[in-house]
Design a protein around this ligand. Structure first.
Ligand code: ISL
Ligand code: CA
Length: 545
């Protein structure tokens, strides 16, 4: 599926920047990022060279899961601002040639959403907006499913005498897509925002929205029951209809977050002929350092990583390329070295991100090489998932030291610490007390320190983004894996007569390779390439044909 037909669409030529609004920029000193804060950084984003901003949810929300629990889809969360602020952001971005996309969280709402509150009354017309079921005969949950956040996925509601389903936190009841009224509600929500001028959606856990049946699942270590809802035909139907009944009326695109997808499922979800999604985020490359479940780590292996990347580069018509988001630990801490070779490592990963086929997504702070959170106690973590998991592991008598090590490496808060704008006490993020701790390394790793340093990670990103825009071979050229082993990944991009070779070291030891060509990108200050690779070196060679 790697042959492209016709011209590239605008969203295939842009670099997308993910903003986690809570942690991006606070404008009023309450310690929480907000929309005015984002507006104040638009020039920075423009200069970085990104063309689209994806905002994690800014809708009204009790913030049980930082906005992924929505209580009003038609309004902005108070801490973040107002609808007028959002309109201003869209307009100010447009004035700089940038577009904004929003997160569309439609698998579930908040339990504080008026639909859910009404639905707790069994006689309410909203009852069927959610999955309400009787317990089993003799007591207990309606089925044996388990949730994404390490708990049961049913809650018994005294008021209505039944249980409701939630695949994520208790405060996130799942919507029932067997009910056509729910589908109509979603269509109006999408139109509301598209009419305000947004350019598309990142669709949260979109491949699991349709539950085909609520029967017991095969028992598994994680997500018992998932065979009943992962990429079922009902989901494909909904996506096709959202496309033809809403999205087709706008110049927009969608990128679906899809969990537990295989390349075949992924390809089916965004095959242009089928007209469902435009791109998806797959997770297999993020799982190469995990052992069955994310809380059990295995050593990162660049060879395994490279082979997974290759598989998805080949499988997808148009890949969404990313190494970080708000749910994953920081890439430089995870896949390379955030110590001695921090700068080389962050730049090497930038090359990996920006030389693959597809549309790259940069997560806030990745462009300055932000590292994992240096938290020192569980109390410093805010994420509902981290606390649930710790409780669950404790119940299974996993020793405290082991639980701690797991959280250090896997907590989603690793990615969620405030953006490090400068070396001052609030890191330029806030003048108040930040909602989540700021990494102590902000004294060294920050935007202000990198802004005018020609050797900085930030300026490396700027150059590379600029170069990618000039060279279509990097955007759309064929991808061919040449080598993938523990110490390095090498691949080739080609388009017509153009050929580039990308050599990435994942080792802290020097290596020798036999590739030669004109050196056009290096994360070391070199003019030519003679086959010697320094630790974590990245070299892009142009090969004349
Ligand atoms: O982050 C994960 C595990 O640590 C994933 O399983 C994650 O829960 C899954 O990718 C779904 O993520 C999305 O939906 C969640 C929300 O908490 C995440 O932040 C969001 O990206 C529920 O809305
Ligand atoms: Ca604020």
């Amino acid at each position: 599926m790697s042959v492209l037909t016709g011209e590239l669409k605008w969203w295939q030529q842009e670099i997308i920047y993910q903003i986690y609004p809570r942690s991006f920029q606070d404008s009023n000193g309450d310690g929480v990022g907000d929309i005015q804060g984002i507006i104040s950084r638009l020039d920075y984003l423009k200069e970085l060279g990104v063309g689209v901003l994806w905002l994690s949810p800014v809708y009204k929300s009790p913030q049980v899961d930082n906005g992924y629990d929505i209580s009003d889809y038609y309004d902005i969360h108070d801490e973040y601002g107002t609808l007028a602020d959002m309109d201003e952001l869209i307009a100010q971005a447009a004035a700089r040639g940038m577009r904004v996309i929003m997160d569309l969280v439609i698998n579930h709402t908040s339990d504080q959403h008026p639909w859910f509150i009404e639905s707790r009354d069994p006689a309410s017309p909203k009852r069927d907006y959610y999955y309400w079921r009787d317990g089993r005969e003799g007591g207990g949950n309606p089925n044996n499913w388990t949730s994404f956040f390490g708990e049961d996925c049913w809650v018994y509601d005294e008021k209505s005498g039944q249980y409701y389903l939630h695949l994520f936190a208790k405060g996130q009841p799942d919507l029932n897509y067997h009910n056509p009224a729910v589908f109509e509600e979603i269509k109006s929500i999408m139109r509301f925002w598209l009419d305000r001028g947004i350019a598309g959606f990142r669709c949260d856990v979109i491949n699991i929205i349709f539950k085909e049946s609520l029967e017991d699942g095969r028992r598994r270590l994680i997500l018992t029951g998932s065979e009943h809802y992962i990429s079922r035909p009902g989901t494909h139907e909904i996506l096709k209809k959202l496309r033809s009944e809403v999205l087709d009326d706008y110049d927009c695109f969608t990128v679906g977050e899809t969990v537990f997808v295989t390349p075949k499922m992924g390809q089916e979800l965004c095959d242009p002929e089928r007209r469902e999604l435009d791109m998806i985020f797959s997770f297999e490359h993020m799982e190469t350092d995990q052992f069955i479940v994310k809380w059990f780590k295995r050593k990162f292996h660049a060879g395994r990583f490279g082979r997974v990347i290759e598989r998805w580069q080949q499988a997808m018509y148009w890949p969404a390329v990313y190494l970080e988001n708000h749910d994953q630990p920081r890439s430089v801490s995870r896949f390379a070295d955030d110590g001695r070779y921090w700068s080389e490592s962050a730049k090497m990963l930038a090359v990996l991100l920006l030389t693959q086929r597809g549309t790259p997504f940069v997560f806030q702070g990745e462009e300055i090489g932000m590292t994992n959170f240096d938290f020192a106690s569980l109390e410093q973590l805010q994420d509902v998932e981290s606390h649930n998991i710790d409780r669950l592991l404790k119940r299974f008598h996993v020793p405290a030291g082991m639980r701690w090590r797991m959280l250090l490496r896997t907590s989603r808060d690793n990615a969620r610490t405030p953006v490090q704008w400068n070396g001052e006490s609030g890191a330029g993020f806030t003048t108040g007390s930040p909602w989540l701790g700021i990494n102590k390394n902000h004294k060294k790793i920050n935007v202000a320190a990198q802004e005018h340093d020609t050797e900085s990670v930030l300026n490396f990103y700027r150059c590379l983004i600029g170069m990618r825009k000039q060279r279509e071979v990097l955007v759309a050229g064929d991808f061919k894996l040449i080598e993938a082993k523990r110490s390095r990944i090498v691949y080739e991009r080609s388009l017509g007569h153009e050929r580039m070779l990308i050599i990435l070291s994942f080792s802290d030891k020097p290596q020798r390779v036999s590739y030669r060509g004109d050196l056009i990108v290096s994360n070391y200050s070199r003019q030519t390439f003679d086959g010697r690779l320094s630790p974590y070196e990245a070299a892009v060679l142009e090969i004349m044909m």
